[in-house]
Design a protein around this ligand. Sequence first.
Ligand code: EPU
Length: 422
Amino acid sequence: MASDNTTEFVIEPGPPLSGEITISGAKNSVLKLMAATVLAEGTHTIYNVPDIFDVGIMCQLLESMGAKTNRRPGVVEILIDKIHPVAPFELVEQMRASTAILGPLLARYGRAELGIPGGDDFGSRPIDMHLTGLEALGASFDVQPEGLVGTADHLTGGEVVLGFPSVGATENIMMAAVLADGVTNIENAAREPEIADLASMLTKMGAGITGAGTSRITVTGVDSLEAVTHRVIPDRIQAATFMAALGVTGGQILLREARYDHMDMVCQKVGEMGLRASPDRDGIWALADRRLNAVDLSTLPYPGVATDYKPFLASMLCVADGTSIVTENLFAGRFRYVDELVKLGAEVRTDGNHAVIKGVERLTGAEVVSHDIRAGAALIVAALGADGQTIVTDHGHVRRGYPDLAGDLRTLGANIHERPGT
Ligand code: EPU
């Protein structure tokens, strides 16, 4: 992310959190819904769109291919007419979710050029399952050092068994299958709520999809789809971030719009730590009235505890009573933020994909740096439980996934402000 987005979050000790905020639409849903619009000509309108950098990058990506986009608060309109199926390197490089354009482009235009570094491996987050699944429907790929070119004269439904329930692969295959001839079954599909949200929009567009949200999705191809309006589901990762902040400071908050049914497992996990989270008519109500307990946790695909929650759950455990073991099962190396937590006085040791966290009473303010969206949020959460001032330097990561994390925390009473970084 460009250095002109550098921000410093300045956090001082504050009172227990109280009051309410509204959780915005989900980043990991809206980006895929926007990619899906290229499947049908006309004007699509998406509501409950979060005001985050990644939505802006997806708009740029769609515009670079010939779409017109129009944003106003909470809404994005996308006009699809003639599309040039080439996704430029500089945009794909900035945002991994750009790969969601692959399936729709192949389905609708029979060609997709994606500017990502080639070779057999796509860095630490490969897309081999996306490509194998799309090949099973008849696509072929030419992978070059500067990017890949996918072609598909004709897509035909097929059987796809995923070796792992990959969110991105499930979405790409589902979006390609909607315009393929015949029936596609995706076995071991990812079950995240964002997959069901995408299927819900595709179904409104005229697609034949059953089973989204389960591990077997069946797609019956249709000849064409039409533009629709759709409302994005709330962001469960944002909601969990505020629960973690509450766990650290204590207090009582209402997270308007948050969906308990999307967050059962994480609510259960924070419940084991001693925080009460309950479904409310307006969202999720949460109460933290005592010091948290240590618990062990392990990340898993949905409905397990998501890897995206882990950094700020770890921040809670840094000030919990006792020792916890946290295991990461999805992304190797997603413990980079631990060194920064240690600068705040946390007692954490990592070994491979495990972290052992010995809770301390209070952390101590320090200057730390965030390396990704969730790590940035985790450091801010941890700083709320620190004595003295903490400065979290963030190179635009937090705004990729949170519309106004500091403002929302201030609404809840936290002592945090944001200033341009150097
Ligand atoms: N994987 C492969 N090959 C593939 C695809 C995935 O080996 O072809 C591996 C990945 O390397 C990883 C695992 O499978 O070890 C799971 O990856 P998945 O494909 O499920 O993740 P993703 O689609 O790339 C989405 C979210 C992530 C979230 C993961 C897991 C978006 C834009 N991103 O990524 O969210 O961590 O699912 O739930 O939807 C975030 O929001 O901060 C974020 C990183």
